[in-house]
Design a protein around this ligand. Sequence first.
Ligand SMILES: *Cc1c(COP(=O)(O)O)cnc(C)c1O
Length: 385
Amino acid sequence: MTEGRWQVPLSDVATDDELVRAAADTVKSGWWSMGPRVAEFEEKFAELCGSSHALAVANGTAALHLALLAVECGPGDEVLVPSLNFVAAANTIVHTGATPVFVDICGDDDLNMDPADVEAAVTPATKAIVVLHYGGYAADLDALMGIAEKHSLVVVEDAAHAPGGTYNGRKCGTFGAIGCFSFFSNKNLPVGEGGMMVTDDDELRERLRLLRSHGMTTLTWDRHRGHAHSYDVVTHGFNYRLDEIRAALGLVQLNRLPKENERRAEISARYRKELHGTAGITMPFPDPEAQHLSSHHLAVVLMPAGVDRFAVRTALEERRIQTSVHYPPIHQFSAYDELGGRRPLLRTDAVADRVLTLPLYAGMSEDQIETVVGELVSAVESASP
Ligand SMILES: *Cc1c(COP(=O)(O)O)cnc(C)c1O
């Protein structure tokens, strides 16, 4: 539990004995860098996803970077990515030397990337699509995979919001060549900093494994166990490894994920019931459980046009309720000035000033939900033009 400032924080982590013990036992084991706990975390995560392979990394951004490199994105390539997204997706595309091409969302009811706009953005230089599952709600994978196949594009899934989420019964992150997850403190499976890549492709798995650790053919852990005495370097890799302490936390969190996602679903449903249509507020993804299971990472509402979001956020902050914005569109950032204006993104622009993210985490009480609902409605009413 975080202390002090907020009555209802945006997200919160558990700090119970089981987690403390997992970390303490690992510290006492005397082996802190990547080793058996990371291997077990990978195995269990692959199992959760129904993937052949899972590789743990230092964070979700590292996962995206390695995934894009492994599928050979580079100079001269264009990579399609939604602008209503965390900036890491676009930054990592730039770091490979490729060019991000921003794609619009479907609209107010569906903040995921619009397959029709993806199709419209394809050029002979297009190499890949980075598919985000916004807030834990699966993107239209049937349509997107179809477009990818038609134009021979690689799909990388940014499943940072969607561990445990499904699309037609299959786990998010397992549709593209590689699925990327984040275990940052505010995500559904928090360890502080951490990430994971899943793939069914043996060759991609081998590339990812090498790129994660300097391109070296053996690990310190292998040498420690006497399983290897030396190594070769076969590619120009990075140090993007996860450590044992975080993997130990991850193993505990992984067990909790299904129950916590269920609790998130309940909270989301209550927000939806009480807020959708009240004071002009709407909640995107109005039929979330229809055929796909959301992981309910974010509770996002759209305020009516003309409402001063800053005033609403300030009013809520005065009540010690923390809110956020997911996201300021990437194409509006200074670093993307040059790339940002290339395609019209009208539906993204139309929600950019209206999206507001409400507190959502498994440990939220009914009283806290009620407080957020009541305070939001009155804040929106007073900030309406
Ligand atoms: C959190 C997040 C990332 C980056 O993950 P880190 O672990 O913070 O590096 C990437 N994409 C999305 C959509 C995210 O939410």
